[in-house]
Design a protein around this ligand. Structure first.
Ligand code: FAD
Ligand code: DLZ
Ligand code: SF4
Length: 510
């Protein structure tokens, strides 16, 4: 072979121009490596899903008559890093030219560019042909602007790609339909049964356990629920447009006991591995909306488009603008350790128990569970963002650093001091009660603030704002919070702070 082309586990894009023609002098390589399985404790479903999806991609390439090799975890020659294995193959086949696609992760990007700098053969890197935006596009867009509001970037994307635009105006006359969205699930509402797959991944599972990789969470290796091929990804997309889109926006922020996915698409794994593209997801959603004007309203459609064309591209842009510094930001100087029950779900707080248990069971929680339950608690409790990141980077099926860290350290923990969010996403029990039925049979009482069985979120909420006053009180969006706090009876204030300290000391047994 003359050329070696590396394909990373999250670069399973069969429509990439690399694969348009076959060339006998090109060898493709996919590999299972310890550098990727061990950089954090991943959920077992995540590791098996990555391996199984990579193997399917290998088979797909073979079928299309490409030369491709797949290095397994138990291969005796496995060097267990991308560059280690590439070096080995370059030598073995006397390769003259090394090529790769831009990694989405800073760590891997650096590994590969350092490797190329030392290579004595020719090398070249390519776009992944997946995102709407280029790595630097967001940075350029905000260069001469104050702040970095997602909303302004999103509107620009809508115009640039002519999505939900009529003439030069937004479809429906508004950019945003949030007032119609974000409803609680009404009593007696029949929700959907999540559409899941039943993939046999016992072979991959065996390799992972035999290699003694430390993982978290549960799995039934005979029935992995996640899509592991392009075909299954398209099936899930189809299910979403046919069944979930009608209520996507309306119940986007709702949470419900034992309902782990509601009307969410669960397409994040398919998207992040690039088995499907954001363009085809958005096109399918727009088509469903156009074809079904009586059942699918604009607020559902816009709400969904915003997630992919807005938030997803925005997070990618922020990542490339702010890394590597972003990795160490800790605006509040939070130092507490993540409670051990984040790894087990064994807590009396029902909202956390439900959100964590389902994360361990399915490697999934939807956005509001991540942001307003597990993330909110960690922020109020002053947990070190390094601990919080390590947890989020492993536990979810879709966790890849570019989209994990921006959401966790940035959006959820406000450790960037407000680059991504205009105020910290904090809430007391009132919000959780408003958006879910978790409080109904909780050990704690959501209405109580300082009583024995008071919900911990209530005192922790005030404690957070009180202890970070200097950093937050000039934020106009928090003026109301500090006004309320200042008007409160001093006795009540000290009782709240005392309760918060008590709970922080007892955090492991909450
Ligand atoms: P849906 O609700 O159906 O949304 C559709 C798609 O929109 C998603 O598949 C995703 O691609 C995109 N999207 C929605 N919200 C966001 C967002 N805030 N940022 C980027 N894309 C978004 N998403 C990840 O893909 N990987 C992560 O590691 C990740 N970590 C997160 C950590 C925290 C603390 C928070 C608050 C959010 C995180 N998110 C992450 C964003 C979001 O929660 C998930 O993308 C979403 O829950 C995936 O489920 P879904 O496919 O059913 O999404
Ligand atoms: C997440 C993951 C895991 C667990 N294992 C592998 C692997 O063995 N081989 C691989 O190519 N990719 C894996 N991945 C995904 C990578 O971590 C991801 O491709 C990089 O972080 C670049 O974004
Ligand atoms: Fe969560 Fe508090 Fe409600 Fe219990 S009472 S479910 S801890 S918000």
């Amino acid at each position: 072979y003359h050329t070696l082309r590396l394909i990373l586990g999250d670069q399973l894009n069969i429509n990439h121009s690399w694969f348009k023609t076959t060339d006998d002098s090109v060898l493709y390589v996919l590999m299972e490596v310890r550098s990727e399985t061990d950089y954090t404790w991943h959920h077992i479903q995540k590791v098996t899903a990555f391996f199984a999806a990579m193997e399917n991609f290998y088979v797909e390439l073979k079928k299309k008559h490409h030369n491709v090799t797949y290095i397994k975890l138990d291969d005796p020659n496995n060097e267990n890093s991308f560059t280690g294995n590439c070096s080995y193959l370059i030598k073995k086949y006397n390769i003259q030219n090394f090529e790769y696609q831009y990694p989405d992760e800073y760590r891997v990007d650096k590994e590969l560019s350092d490797f190329c700098n030392k290579l004595e053969i020719r090398h070249k890197s390519f776009d992944t042909e997946h995102f709407y935006t280029e790595r630097e596009e967001l940075g350029n867009f905000f260069r001469d602007k104050k702040g970095m509001l997602m909303e302004s970037f999103y509107r620009e994307m809508r115009k640039k790609h002519n999505i939900l635009i009529k003439g030069s105006e937004p479809e429906g006359g508004q950019w945003n339909f949030d007032t119609q969205n974000r409803k609680k699930i009404p009593k007696n509402h029949n929700t959907l049964t999540p559409y899941i797959f039943s993939n046999d991944v016992t072979i991959q599972y065996k390799r992972i356990t035999e290699a003694k990789i430390k993982t978290i969470g549960k799995i039934d290796p005979e029935r992995l629920i996640w899509p592991i091929s392009r075909e299954q990804s398209l099936e899930l997309l189809n299910y979403f447009t046919n069944n979930c889109l009608i209520f996507f926006g309306t119940f986007q922020d709702a949470m419900q006991k034992s309902e782990w996915s509601l009307y969410h698409s669960r397409l994040s794994f398919s998207l992040n591995t690039k088995m499907i593209s954001p363009q085809e997801v958005i096109e399918a959603v727009l088509k469903a909306w156009r074809d079904n004007p009586d059942t699918i309203s604009l607020n559902q459609t816009e709400g969904f488009v915003r997630q992919i064309l807005g938030w997803r591209e925005y997070m990618r842009g922020v990542y490339w603008l702010k890394m590597p510094e972003f990795e160490n930001l800790n605006f509040f100087n939070h130092k507490n350790s993540l409670p051990r029950w984040y790894w087990t779900g064994e807590t009396k707080m029902n909202c956390l128990k439900q959100s964590i248990k389902q994360s361990l069971d399915y490697a999934y929680a939807h956005h509001i569970q991540r942001l307003m339950i597990t993330g909110n608690f960690a922020l109020l409790a002053g947990i070190n963002p390094n601990d919080v990141d390590a947890w989020y980077l492993g536990i979810y099926i879709d966790a890849i650093q570019w989209v994990e860290i921006t959401n966790t350290r940035g959006m959820s923990q406000y450790a960037d001091g407000g680059t991504i969010a205009t105020k910290p996403y904090t809430a007391s029990a009132n919000y959780i009660h408003k958006m879910s039925n978790y409080c109904d049979n909780c050990f704690y009482n959501y209405k109580e603030k300082t009583a024995e069985n008071a919900c911990p979120f209530n005192s922790l909420y005030w404690n957070f704002h009180d202890r970070n006053r200097e950093k937050l009180e000039n934020n106009p969006r928090l003026a109301m919070v500090y006004r309320l706090w200042d008007k409160m009876d001093p006795k009540e204030k000290s009782a709240l702070l005392e309760k918060a300290h008590y709970y922080l000391n007892e955090i492991e047994s909450l």
